[in-house]
Design a binder for this molecule. Structure first.
Ligand SMILES: [Zn+2]
Length: 368
């Protein structure tokens, strides 16, 4: 690799991302969060043409970064977890303010907080977006001392003193080089867990008390059961009956609520990504990508029913995001990728897509 311009192949790009992360002395987890947000955005906005460039609104990255830190700012063993070796923590403070206000009446997820307090939510996004532009975004692709050519996007206009007005003059977006979005989406299954491992290591380093008895810090930072799914469980039972979505077995009370697209790949808690499952199917499926037929069936549930349920219980459907994420995950999976078909049966990636999946109809910004 000659170091100029983006690598054309996904593996080379992934190696370069990991090299930058490993070489640069990380003094905070913000780079990891930004990269993770970028990968998630690419999955949901996979261009139809794999060689295309992609504009990524910095506000959309900020929303994803807030989502990542949302569970992480809650106290761990009575401690506020440090995410940096520096005392200043603008991103964490912004998330804490929003979370504190949103959780006054009980713990809720970020998508609920956004519905309930749109003004505070917008303030938090604006603050985090500015911080991203001033810090991690212009350092993300560089080695220590600012060395190295950008290979993900042009960052020459970003710097630590950039203002909101200057960001707006650039359209509020970073433009990924041609082919980068498709490569990052394709690498998401490798990069996402890698970033989480590095993140856990960093948090241990910044918080000396964690070394002593090795509590489950990974579960605290990235656990999937951070939000109670009791409300969706009741609503889904009433609307769709009490059978397991996958094997049709009759469900007892308190059955698992399953994320159709695995939480470890796309953290979507909206009704469009939730189904009722028996304990057997839920445990067997774990973090697997389900066979396309399951996902199609989940997404072909009556959308007006889902929207009505969502309105009744004050919970988002995230229908467009779930559809976009599904399209991104399946289309960027290489042939032969195993998918989960049913209990104790693992099939392989299906190459047939519903026609609507090929055309991007989802908005470029915002959470639904
Ligand atoms: Zn089942």
């Amino acid at each position: 690799m000659d170091g100029t311009g983006p690598p054309t192949d996904a593996l080379a790009l992934g190696q370069r991302v990991v090299a930058v992360l490993e070489t640069g002395a990380r003094t905070a987890t913000y780079k990891l969060a930004t990269l993770s947000a970028l990968v998630g955005f690419c999955v949901e906005h996979l261009p139809a043409d794999p060689a295309a460039a992609l504009d990524v609104p910095i506000d959309a990255l900020a929303e994803r970064v807030i989502d990542l830190y949302w569970p992480q700012v809650r106290p761990f063993d009575g401690h506020r977890l440090r995410q940096s070796s520096q005392p200043k923590a603008r991103i964490l403070t912004a998330v804490e303010v929003l979370r504190g206000a949103a959780n006054a009446g009980g713990v809720v997820g970020l998508s609920i907080a956004r519905l309930r307090m749109p003004d505070l939510y917008r303030e938090a996004v604006a603050e985090v977006a500015l911080t991203l532009a001033q810090q991690p975004l212009y350092r993300l692709q560089r080695l220590p001392g600012g060395r190295g050519e950008p290979f993900l996007y042009d960052d020459s206009w970003l710097h630590s003193g950039i203002t909101r007005a200057a960001i707006a003059r650039h359209g509020g977006v970073i433009r990924l080089f041609p082919g980068v979005a498709a490569a990052l989406a394709r690498l998401s299954g490798l990069l996402t867990p890698t970033l989480e491992i590095l993140w856990v290591q960093d948090v241990r380093r910044y918080n000396a008390f964690l070394d002593e008895d090795v509590p489950d810090i990974a579960g605290h930072l990235f656990g999937r059961d951070r939000v109670s799914l009791a409300k969706p469980r009741v609503a889904l039972r009433e609307a769709f009956g009490t059978q397991c979505f996958y094997c049709a077995t009759s469900l007892s009370d308190g059955n698992p609520v399953d994320h159709v697209l695995p939480w470890s790949r796309v953290p979507l808690d909206g009704l469009a990504n939730l189904v009722l499952a028996c304990g057997g199917c839920n445990t067997d499926k774990r973090d697997s990508l389900p066979a396309l037929a399951h996902t199609e069936r989940a997404l072909s549930r009556d959308r007006t029913v889902l929207e009505q349920l969502a309105a009744d219980i004050g919970w988002p459907t995230q229908y467009d995001r779930t559809l976009a994420a599904a399209r991104g995950l399946y289309r960027s999976s290489p042939p032969g990728t195993p998918t989960w078909q049913g209990r104790s049966r693992t099939g392989t990636w299906d190459t047939v897509f519903p026609p609507g999946w090929v055309v991007s109809t989802v908005p470029e910004t915002g959470f639904t």
